[in-house]
Every structure is written in structure tokens, then in C-alpha cells.
Write a protein that binds this ligand. Structure first.
Ligand SMILES: NC(=O)c1ccc[n+]([C@@H]2O[C@H](COP(=O)([O-])OP(=O)(O)OC[C@H]3O[C@@H](n4cnc5c(N)ncnc54)[C@H](O)[C@@H]3O)[C@@H](O)[C@H]2O)c1
Ligand SMILES: O=C(O)C[C@H](O)C(=O)O
Length: 334
């Protein structure tokens, strides 16, 4: 029995994500919460002939609490998306408060659930969830994840395009580490399961790295004011959620990059901090998933001098983003 909850379920990501979760036969209960429209989305999805029992909740009558009670996994795509010209950090003003209040609800009603944060800026919203949980005395760093899977999905797609064969995309794996915004997104292309063509120039490598780092902007620009990635994000979010569910059920060997509190695995976290040369509290690293969430944080391993420079550029921005999330909760009345 697995109960999955989507907070922000009526939105651009929330609806297709809920659809994909409903089609996953390992989910037996699907609970949809938003400030609008969830009864309709739930009624629609409930006609699909898969096992999950679907229910929609709105804020009145303790809707958040009812949605969350008994949750095994909570996925948060609630909040505003970017428009052209905005950075993810520009979303902090609105989304920080939304994520804080939802985290408070989770800490009260489902403190043991796995929490998957999609809402931007992820580099700051994950620390926000963690700090709310700390204040509530229910913090478990193994169970809170920033979803960076879309960066991994993009890297697979763009590398397969470079290789001239999109049919390779599902098999190409590239660890993408750091965080989830601009230069904090660091693809370790030297560790790609499918090496880049021999003679691939530095100029082309720079272009490929830049495309992975700024793939979100590509979509924001193309949508021209109508939001950011929703469908590819729903795919990536459902994929990561399924990995968490499979690992929780005891499946071994599942490794995925995800943005976590490095205290989740002290030994691995400390080794990673040494590698990146800074005592960051959060970092997206390849994480081995287990029954309790984070089982092991893997280090970066062998990287090129170019990748080491990318990490160097990522670290100060990550530190600022983390501090912003932490101090927001320190100064929030909960
Ligand atoms: N992590 C990633 O890789 C990634 C990728 C794409 C988008 N995002 C982020 O995901 C977020 C959502 O994007 P979207 O395109 O779905 O936006 P959207 O505006 O289409 O949907 C957001 C939904 O959140 C709901 N919402 C707002 N306040 C709420 C609250 N307090 N409680 C519950 N629900 C609330 C809205 O009603 C809306 O339905 C944005 O912050 C966006 O930047 C992250
Ligand atoms: O780019 C955005 O603002 C949304 C998301 O973070 C993305 O990477 O597509």
C-alpha cells in the first residue's frame, strides 16, 4: 500500500504528474491538494482503470491535513513558475512562504513521509522544508529530496542528440550534480555512460554544458510568458518518485542524483564536502536510495579539470541560496 500526495496538484506540473502517478500500479492511494480545482482533477483521474484511489482536497475543512494523513510520499510542485527574464531566485519571494506553510502541514500530518520538492528555487526551498522540520522536531535528512531529475533527463536527451541517435536517450546516463539553477547545475559529462564523439571540441563541450545548465530557460523562452517546463518536469518527477517507492520497498542498487542535506549520510557527505572544498549543508549528488530514503551519498569520483572549475563556480551561489532558505525560516514565525 502506497499513498502518494501531490501538493499543487491542479497546476501545470501537478496535473500531468498526478496523471503519471495514477498510471503507476504500485500507488494505491493518490491524494491531490491545491488551493483550486482539485475536486475536478481528482474526479477526472479517478475514472482511469488503475488501482489508485483518488481524492481531491482544498484548504477549507482541514483539507491539507486530510490530504496528507497517512502519506508515504509527498511531492510538492506548488508555487509560481518563471516568466522570461526571471531567475529562479526571483520566485523566492512568493514560493518560500508557500513551501514553508506546506512543510508545516507535512511536519504535523505526515512527518515520516518522503518529501520531494519541485517548487523553485529548489536550492533554497529544500533548506526551507528542512528548517521547518527541524523546528517541529521531526527532521530526518534521509527523507527530504530536491528533485533535480529534469537536469538528468535533459542531459540524457541532449547527449543522445549530440551522438545523432535519439533512440539512445533512455539509456544515456550522465550524473548531474550541484544544485538546480544556472551555473549550480553541473553535468559530469566525462562520466557519461555514452562518451561524447572523439574530437568533440572544447567549444562544443561548453555549448552542451550551457544547454544543460540553461535548459529551463529554453522552455521559459519558448512558452513566452505562459510558464516553464511542466510536461518534462512531470515525467522527471514521476520517474524520481517511482525510484523512491521502489527503493522503499527494498529494491537495491537504485542511484539517482538528488539535492539533499549532506548529514543524511555523514561519511559520504563529509567525503563529498572535502571533494568540493566547502562545508555546504546541501548538494545534489548521486545518492543510493534505500528503504529509509538516502542510504549513501556517493562522491563525485574522477572528474576533469573543466568539471572541477564548474563545481568551483557553483559552490558560492549554492552557499548563498542555502543561507537564504535557512535564514527565511529562522526569521519566520511558525
Ligand atoms: N525542480 C524542477 O526541476 C522544476 C521544473 C519545472 C518547474 N519547477 C517549479 O515548479 C513550480 C510549479 O510550476 P508550475 O508550472 O506547475 O506552476 P503552475 O502555476 O502551473 O502551478 C502551480 C500550482 O500551485 C498551486 N498553489 C499555489 N499556492 C499553493 C498553496 N499554498 N498550496 C497548494 N497549492 C498552491 C497553484 O494553485 C497552481 O495550481 C514552480 O515553482 C516552478 O518553478 C521546478
Ligand atoms: O526553468 C524553470 O524555471 C523551471 C525548471 O526549474 C526547469 O529547469 O525547467
Amino acid at each position: 500500500m502506497v499513498k502518494a500526495v501531490v501538493l499543487g496538484a491542479a497546476g501545470g506540473i501537478g496535473q500531468p504528474l498526478s496523471l503519471l502517478l495514477k498510471t503507476n500500479p504500485s500507488i494505491t492511494e493518490l491524494s491531490l491538494y491545491d488551493i483550486v480545482n482539485t475536486p475536478g482533477v481528482a474526479a477526472d483521474l479517478s475514472h482511469i482503470d488503475t488501482p489508485a484511489k483518488v481524492a481531491g482536497y482544498l484548504p477549507p475543512d482541514d483539507g491539507l491535513k486530510k490530504a496528507l494523513t497517512g502519506a508515504d510520499i509527498v511531492i510538492i510542485p506548488a508555487g509560481v513558475p518563471r516568466k522570461p527574464g526571471m531567475t529562479r531566485d526571483d520566485l523566492f519571494k512568493i514560493n518560500a512562504g508557500i513551501v514553508r506553510d506546506l512543510a508545516k502541514g507535512i511536519a504535523e500530518a505526515a512527518p515520516k513521509a518522503f518529501v520531494l520538492v519541485i517548487s523553485n528555487p529548489v536550492n533554497s526551498t529544500v533548506p526551507i522544508v528542512a528548517e521547518v522540520f527541524k523546528k517541529a522536531g521531526v527532521f530526518d535528512p534521509k527523507k527530504i529530496f530536491g528533485v533535480t531529475t529534469l537536469d538528468v533527463v535533459r542531459a540524457s536527451t541532449f547527449v543522445s542528440e549530440v551522438l545523432g541517435d535519439l533512440s539512445l536517450a533512455p539509456k544515456v546516463t550522465v550524473p548531474v550534480v550541484g544544485g538546480h539553477s544556472g551555473v549550480t547545475i553541473v553535468p559530469l559529462l566525462s562520466q557519461s555512460s555514452h562518451p561524447l564523439p572523439s574530437g568533440f571540441s572544447q567549444e562544443n563541450l561548453d555549448k552542451l554544458v550551457n544547454r544543460i545548465q540553461f535548459g529551463g530557460d529554453e522552455v521559459v523562452k519558448a512558452k513566452d510568458g505562459a510558464g516553464s517546463a511542466t510536461l518534462s518536469m512531470a515525467y522527471a518527477g514521476a520517474d524520481f518518485a517511482y525510484k523512491i517507492i521502489c527503493a522503499a520497498k527494498g529494491e537495491k542498487g537504485i542511484v539517482a542524483p538528488t539535492y539533499v542535506n549532506l548529514a543524511a549520510d555523514k561519511e559520504g557527505g563529509d567525503a563529498l564536502k572535502k571533494e568540493i572544498g566547502r562545508d555546504l549543508e546541501y548538494f545534489s549528488a548521486p545518492v543510493e536510495l534505500g528503504t529509509e530514503g538516502v542510504a549513501k551519498i556517493n562522491t563525485l569520483g574522477k572528474i576533469t579539470a573543466h568539471e572541477a572549475n564548474l563545481i568551483k563556480a557553483a559552490v558560492p551561489e549554492l552557499a548563498t541560496n542555502i543561507e537564504k532558505g535557512v535564514s527565511f525560516i529562522e526569521s519566520s514565525k511558525l
